[in-house]
Design a protein around this ligand. Structure first.
Ligand code: ZN
Length: 165
């Protein structure tokens, strides 16, 4: 297992739609272990492969019920509305109140290619939507209203400019 540096806002890998996983092999299992270790170390409640620079359709999360892995997920059902102060390991130190559906159901595969399904509301529903967004190349910033997003981009660009590297 290994902890990977987490890619942050501005890294192009975060904006690319990921490729479906086709090989359910040992390297995939290792990738999932590394992602979980990186997520817990951060710490965070979810992590998508692009966040460690791997453009594959896999994410991991722990919304309070232990470590979970979801390969090739697709959001199949959402309902309701829930406002939550949402953050992202790739946009460290920032949180925004974002309204999204309260409930989400996602289907996908486990590490051996077997079909799995996750469904839940509040935190689990939010994590599923957030991680699947990552796999489509979208950061939470895309969920902000226009004015808030503009302000957020300005702030983040200024931070990048001030970064020591
Ligand atoms: Zn995120």
């Amino acid at each position: 297992m290994a902890i990977f540096p987490i890619r942050t806002f501005g890294d192009p890998v975060l904006r690319v739609r990921t490729k479906p996983v086709k090989d359910f092999d040992a390297p995939l299992h290792r990738l999932a272990e590394d992602m979980l270790e990186t997520m817990y170390d951060a710490p965070g409640v979810g992590l998508a492969a692009p966040q460690i620079g791997v453009s594959k359709r896999i994410c991991v999360f722990d919304a309070g019920e232990g470590p979970q892995v979801l390969v090739n997920p697709v959001l199949v059902e959402t309902s309701g509305d829930w406002e939550y102060q949402e953050g992202c390991l790739s946009v460290p130190g920032h949180y925004w109140n974002i309204i999204r559906p309260a409930f989400a159901r996602a289907v996908g595969q486990d590490l051996d290619g077997n079909p799995v399904e996750f469904a839940g509301d509040e935190l689990l529903g939010r994590v599923l939507q957030h991680e699947i967004d990552h796999l489509e190349g979208h950061l939470l910033l895309t969920r902000l209203d226009r004015a808030t997003r503009k302000e957020a981009f300005r702030t983040l660009r200024n931070e990048a400019f001030r970064a020591p590297e």
